[in-house]
Design a protein around this ligand. Structure first.
Ligand code: EPU
Length: 419
């Protein structure tokens, strides 16, 4: 298993380009299941999760052609196998995103029920309840969700989800675009990735309004057609590099991204003492000599994202003062704390709160990545720590960060992948 060796203590400086968003690309790839014509995507990040999703839909009968560095053409005219097997779902929970599109277009789907995961139980009952409200007949047998839409196909419904769920909203929106009549999703996720998916679906002929608000209206159409769509920039990758520069006292410029969807993160970095300049498609950050600790509380968009919690824990580890980090989305998303403590951090966990008191310096050690964003926080800590930090199990990192060691290298960091 690959490891990352980081020689810490160097401030990041320079410019890199941000990749397309993983959490926008995954649902948009599934949207290709909805039309029998070609969906032409650009700015698709080269990530493990993206290749897993491509393999999954390919075995369903979707024809896939890579184009250049970040283009993909998908054609699902030959869709014939509406099955998401356990072996694939267990490696990537986002596989559940095929359920809505398969039901809508193919009238049937068999999708392995995702199990628990490192950051929480993450059930999918909201996806199932919403689809049932649209008339789907669903039962779970031998670990698989068996779903059928019935002879007349899905029909529009008024759905109020019990909690804000990102992939739940995306799944229901994709099912509703081909359903008979109008669907209203209330308490919908407002995440920018939901909007990116809606924009892609609209360019395929879907009738959707309200994406980006908590009430989305979808008027079902008989069929969708081919389209071209460029995946939005990855706001979490953007935030991660901003944190890495901030923690190391660096100065960086990120291009092919914007601060538009990052208000909560940018506000906290400003509170920490960073200087940030936002351009139309670039962000520049200049860090102070030492950051001030900042407290955060994760919540659905537009509030502070849970996917940036671990990175902020890392920067607080070396900031001046103390901060409280409150995780409200996932029940077990502090696994990185014990690893950060191995590097010398002062962190006390009490249920969903972490109290972090900044220390003057961290010291390099061997640590283990437990999930994607936890890995990112260990990279940030490793960049700050004195001496060498060896991060094990970085396959987690490869799921969501494109060529991370290469990009960090461009910013002057000493990072090496050990195979
Ligand atoms: N939930 C339920 N039942 C459901 C659905 C969700 O109880 O039917 C709960 C979850 O257990 C969780 C909360 O609701 O406690 C929110 O979960 P959500 O469904 O919004 O998460 P998700 O859609 O599975 C997406 C991202 C995650 C990100 C979360 C929250 C994708 C592919 N994944 O997950 O991204 O953390 O939204 O913003 O979009 C990551 O990129 O590292 C990552 C984990």
């Amino acid at each position: 298993m690959d490891k990352l060796l980081i020689q810490g203590g160097l401030p990041l400086s320079g410019e890199i380009a941000i990749s397309g968003a993983k959490n926008a690309a995954l649902p948009v790839l599934c949207a290709s299941l909805l039309a029998p014509e070609t969906l032409h995507l650009s700015n698709v990040p080269r990530l493990k999760d993206v290749s897993t999703m491509l393999r999954l839909i390919e075995q369903m009968g979707v024809a896939i052609t890579r184009e250049g560095v970040d283009g993909v053409l998908l054609n699902s005219l030959g869709l014939n196998n509406p099955l998401a097997p356990y072996d694939m779902v267990k490696t990537m929970r986002a596989s559940i995103l095929v359920l809505g599109p398969l039901l809508a277009r193919h009238g049937e789907a068999r999708v392995s029920l995702p199990g628990g995961c490192a950051i929480g139980a993450r059930p999918v009952e909201q996806h199932i309840k919403g689809l049932q409200a649209m008339g789907a007949r669903i039962h779970v047998e031998h670990g698989y969700i068996h779903a059928k839409s019935g002879a007349g196909g899905l029909r529009g419904a008024h759905i109020v989800t019990d909690m804000v769920t990102v992939t739940g909203t995306e799944n229901l929106m994709m099912a509703a675009v081909l359903a008979e009549g109008e669907t209203i999703i209330e308490n919908a996720a407002r995440e920018p990735e939901v909007v990116d998916l809606a924009n892609c679906l609209i360019s395929m002929g879907a009738r959707i309004s309200g994406a980006g608000s908590d009430k989305i209206r979808i008027h079902g159409v008989a069929r969708l057609h081919g389209a071209s769509h460029s995946i939005m920039a990855d706001r979490i990758e953007t935030g991660t590099y901003l944190c890495a520069a901030a923690a190391t006292g660096g100065s960086i410029r990120l291009t092919r991204t914007s601060a538009a969807c990052l208000d909560a993160v940018v506000d906290k970095l400003l509170d920490a003492g960073c200087d940030i300049t936002a351009e139309r498609s670039a962000i520049t950050l200049k860090a102070p000599r030492r950051l001030k600790a900042v407290s955060i509380r994760t919540s659905p968009y537009p509030a502070f994202p849970t996917d940036m919690q671990a990175q902020f824990m890392a920067i607080n580890c070396v900031a001046e003062g103390s901060a409280v980090i409150r995780e409200t989305i996932f029940e077990n998303r502090f696994m990185h704390a014990v690893e950060l403590i191995r590097l010398g951090a002062d962190i006390k966990i009490d249920a969903s709160n972490a109290m972090v008191t900044g220390v003057e310096r961290l010291e390099g050690a061997t640590v283990m990545a437990t999930d994607l964003r936890a890995s990112a926080s260990l990279v940030i800590a490793g960049l700050v720590a004195q001496g060498e930090t060896l991060i094990e199990r970085i396959y987690h990192l490869d799921r969501g960060y494109e060529r991370m060691e290469e990009k960090l290298g461009q910013l002057g960091a000493q990072v090496r992948r050990l195979r």
